[in-house]
Write a protein that binds this ligand. Structure first.
Ligand code: ATP
Ligand code: MG
Length: 258
């Protein structure tokens, strides 16, 4: 099903407008398996729109999105999750009233055939799917140190833990591509450092490609192999962290000095 040749994700000519506002214009990107790519740009430059298009939350006006060689434009968001693309949101979107563990389970069930789909399967397969959900949930809670708090309601977690829960919810769907939308927002320097370690660890452990949108330049520069810079919906530059930092146009549009 998933082709191993060629890039994992490729967009071409990706364009999205809201009325007269062009939020993303003729964007293209290529992300290989296991790669970690940053997308930066000022507020309103189209970064979240880009994620919304890839994850099927919005449909592009024009352009192509290919994942593992196959076009995914017009596929519903839940289908895209099952193909192996998971995302987090800029503002946390947890099930606030559910327990920490149930938040992870609910995500794991998207990929394992439990619930209604399992009712159509034999009992043995259903039990195996349910066991897989429990195994994934346990492993991911342990990964971010939330095992002891798994019965707490999500809304009772401290902010940093909520952000980490959001990340393991995405991982519970067993993605090959993870989209992180400002994961460090609202974190202090020491929490951001822990986050950096976590992203690095999950990427290796789960053989993930990661696209990260962030305003925290230390995090971006330390984590990413390649960075794409957006301004007003258009790609203005793409390069290594060193190239991005040295590029005059980037310094002007993004870093605020020329
Ligand atoms: N659903 C929508 N309806 C109308 N306009 C939208 C919608 N989503 C985004 N926009 C607009 O499109 C532009 C790009 O927004 P987007 O959220 O992609 O920016 P961003 O780069 O993620 O910014 P930030 O760094 O503030 O999160 C903005 O001008 C925004 O107001
Ligand atoms: Mg955004």
């Amino acid at each position: 099903m998933v082709s191993d040749a060629g890039p994992l994700l490729e967009t071409r000519g990706l364009t999205k407008s809201f009325r007269s506002l062009v939020a993303l214009s003729d964007q293209s990107i290529r992300v290989d398996r296991g790669e970690i790519v940053g997308v930066i740009g000022p507020n309103g430059s189209g970064k979240s729109t880009f994620f919304n298009l890839i994850s099927g939350f919005l449909q592009p006006d024009s352009g192509e999105i290919r994942f593992a060689g196959a076009p995914i434009v017009a596929q519903p968001a839940d289908r895209i999750v099952r193909l192996g693309i998971a995302r987090t949101f800029q503002g946390t979107r947890l099930f606030q009233a559910l327990s920490v563990a149930d938040n992870v389970r609910a995500a794991a069930e998207l990929r394992q055939r439990t619930g209604l789909a399992a009712a159509l399967l034999g009992g043995g397969r259903r039990r195996r799917a349910e066991a897989a959900v429990e195994e994934i949930t346990e492993e991911l809670l342990d990964l971010v140190g939330l095992t002891a708090r798994q019965e707490n309601r999500a809304r009772d977690l401290p902010y940093g833990d909520q952000r980490r829960l959001e990340i393991i919810r995405a991982l519970a769907t067993r993605p090959s591509l993870l989209l992180l939308d400002e994961p460090a927002a609202g974190m202090d320097a020491s929490e951001t450092k822990v986050l950096l370690g976590l992203i690095d660890e999950i990427r290796t452990r789960y053989d993930l490609a990661v696209i990260i949108v962030e305003h925290d330049m230390d995090l971006i520069m330390n984590l990413c192999e390649r960075i794409q810079v957006l301004a007003h919906g258009s790609k203005v530059f793409e390069g290594t962290p060193a190239e991005v930092q040295a590029h005059p146009a980037v310094r002007e549009v993004y870093l605020g000095h020329g």
